[in-house]
Design a protein around this ligand. Sequence first.
Ligand SMILES: C[S@@+](CC[C@H](N)C(=O)[O-])C[C@H]1O[C@@H](n2cnc3c(N)ncnc32)[C@H](O)[C@@H]1O
Length: 217
Amino acid sequence: MYEFRPGLPDGTGKWYLGREIAWFMSHQGAMWLERPEREEEEQPTRLVEALKLKPGEVVADIGAGSGYLTWRMAKRVGPTGKVFANDIQPEMLAILRTNVAAHGVTNVVPVLGSVTNVDLPAAAIDLAIFVDVYHECDHPHEIIRSLCRALKPGGRLVFVEYRGEDKWVPIKPLHKMTEAQVRKEMAQQPLDWVETVGFLPRQHIIVFRRRAGPARD
Ligand SMILES: C[S@@+](CC[C@H](N)C(=O)[O-])C[C@H]1O[C@@H](n2cnc3c(N)ncnc32)[C@H](O)[C@@H]1O
């Protein structure tokens, strides 16, 4: 399923369905995730509004990093809902715990996952979201398979990626994705594309829905 061949100088040389996978961002770069100009560049408030989360819903923030989106979504689902904040770096989860507490949010459950498994309960998630994460997942097939097991039937899966179609978006090519590539990769699993929303300055929001049936090996 994966190919290994040279690609871009800053790439991993590991390919999935014609895409070279990027290296993941170290926790040492966590300050970049909290940069003040991010509000203008990525408009996180508008992004979270567009998700139309309801009180009581269960969200999975995959690759939650420093928690930049986590606490915003946790406020939306309120005390009757919760956000599982998943990451593969314990150092990121330590930063996230501090940031989430600073925003007075108590309905976040940090989860240390692995590169092949999100380690979330089965059929428990209403909405799972990857913000600037999926392109750097080392085992995308296994991660999406494990997530399909965690999503409720009818649950939503959302990708927020820098637009790979747009050469003016000032991000390295391996850290962007095209809509066509995301849709090609999600076609491997029981996921129906719902919509692609394009109002953010640099990213697109690509939404899928989990249909019934087992995740595919
Ligand atoms: C660029 S940061 C984005 C963090 C956060 N989503 C945000 O937008 O602020 C990417 C994060 O994804 C995490 N990550 C990379 N591969 C992952 C995987 N397979 N499963 C879960 N998290 C992963 C990294 O540890 C890092 O914290």
